[in-house]
Design a binder for this molecule. Structure first.
Ligand code: SF4
Length: 171
């Protein structure tokens, strides 16, 4: 959960946005920071990027042949920083200040990093590369729809691998 009374960074005191989905899920999608719609609703990825993300994820799950085997309850969707950045892109220094909160959310999960901020954050914190995938942020795909097909294929392959590993872990 976001640190309600956190004073960790320059955005302390503003609205804080929680993630979306199942906090106990084995998979996470990691974005950058909440946008305008998310701030209004108080939930991550509920604006236009979030709607596209849901659609892309649905397509990737279907392409992997995992409909009925992976659902939205298998995902936790969150951001590198969870407070209102007032339109500013978080720096690595900002992400480092919010890492204690985020690392608790991500512990034990496979993480799909959406965009460069998330990728840089995971790399800096030496997130195991066999538990991470780096893809475009959906906001980029909104502006460049031709990138959607590649996103779906890469996530499809990652989900297939993760699903096999999760199946193996339960045997
Ligand atoms: S973004 Fe993170 S570090 Fe900054 S005030 Fe909010 S919870 Fe604290």
């Amino acid at each position: 959960m976001p640190a309600k009374h956190c004073a960790g960074c320059r955005w302390a005191g503003g609205p804080c946005v929680i993630g979306r989905g199942n906090p106990q899920a084995p998979l996470a999608l990691l974005g950058e920071a909440p946008g305008t719609v998310e701030i209004q609703r108080g939930v991550a990825f509920t604006g236009p990027s979030g709607q596209l993300l849901d659609d892309l994820l649905h397509r990737a799950v279907a392409a992997a042949g995992l409909c009925g085997k992976l659902s939205f309850s298998d995902f936790w969707i969150t951001n590198c920083v969870c407070c209102d950045t007032r339109g500013q892109t978080p720096t690595l220094a900002d992400c480092k200040l919010c890492w204690p909160r985020l690392s608790k959310e991500l512990t034990g999960k496979y993480v799909i990093a959406l965009g460069q901020v998330a990728q840089r954050n995971l790399r800096h914190h030496r997130w195991p590369l066999n538990r991470a995938l780096f893809v475009w942020h959906p906001a980029y795909i909104l502006r460049n729809p031709l990138a959607a097909g590649g996103w779906v294929m890469r996530v499809r392959d990652f989900l297939s691998t993760v699903h096999q590993e999760l199946q193996g872990a339960t045997k």
